[in-house]
Ligand binder design. Sequence first.
Ligand code: SF4
Length: 333
Amino acid sequence: MTNKSQPTNLVEVKNLSKFFYQRRSVVKAVDDVSFYIPRGETLGLVGESGCGKTTCGRTLLKLYPATSGQIIYDGKDVTGNLSRRELKAFKKSAQVIFQDPYSSLDPRMTIAEIVAEGIDVHFSYSHKQKHDKVTELLAAVGLTEEFANRFAHELSGGQRQRVGIARALAVDPDFIVCDEPISALDVSIQAQIVNLLIRLQKERNLTYLFISHDLSMVKHISDRIGVMYLGSLVELAPSLEMFEKPLHPYTSALLSAIPSADPEHERTRERIRLPGEVPSAMDPPSGCKFRTRCHYAIDLCAAEVPTLDEAKSGHFVACHRWKELAGALGEAI
Ligand code: SF4
């Protein structure tokens, strides 16, 4: 899906919502979310379990129909129904790597068959071309040719996730949604997979949406980070700036939970504890959805929904009090 004049942003999401309608209630899993991802860059999307980040990624990939809003992909609106040809081209260009490398690989198929699935759909390769392509893909993710005839249950978690990455790469995509790709893996393996994804991005000019519940995991791979809470994007900023000068109280609390590599800082580090639990997405609080857990909430927070405003160039925040709190939040971590 390549236009003659390529737009800078491969992905643009405008006011995207995905609601799930149940008998008497509505779950607003993704609620009026907007962001863009420039070609070749990574946007990290973080937030606690159930905040809507996975639904956002899946809606963006058209695995769920959007309730409202727009998905612009490579300069083209792909939100509504596409022709079969257009949908096939979109699915080739936009791939996914799933969270769980244990359940996302078919146990009855060999690794070669798993990796070649997309090749069969999108290319007319001879048997030899397909074999060569699978071998090249396995090598690209750090697996030898010997893995081709093995089955998923014979592989470690890290090796399985490498197969998942090879499967996504098999159709020469431009964009990959990495949906918690390392959270099911041992900590010792996580860095290897992140480094592999970074290398592949450079080699193949890939664009990533990297979804994680852990801010520290997205730091090294993301150019920019978006923080979601109860279906809404509450802050979006370049990675370093997000870590050094957060403007939203929720981001500041997430950052305070990250252990410090500096033993002295770790000893004195104070974690910001948020009261209560994340409210139900079926019955979110009025005004700012974070207000029931925010240490800085005032009456205005219950009355008005804060809009996502550009506080500084490229740094967006949805909080009525960001100007007053800016310094305090940076110091708190
Ligand atoms: Fe807290 Fe109010 Fe800002 Fe929401 S709008 S994060 S409740 S201060």
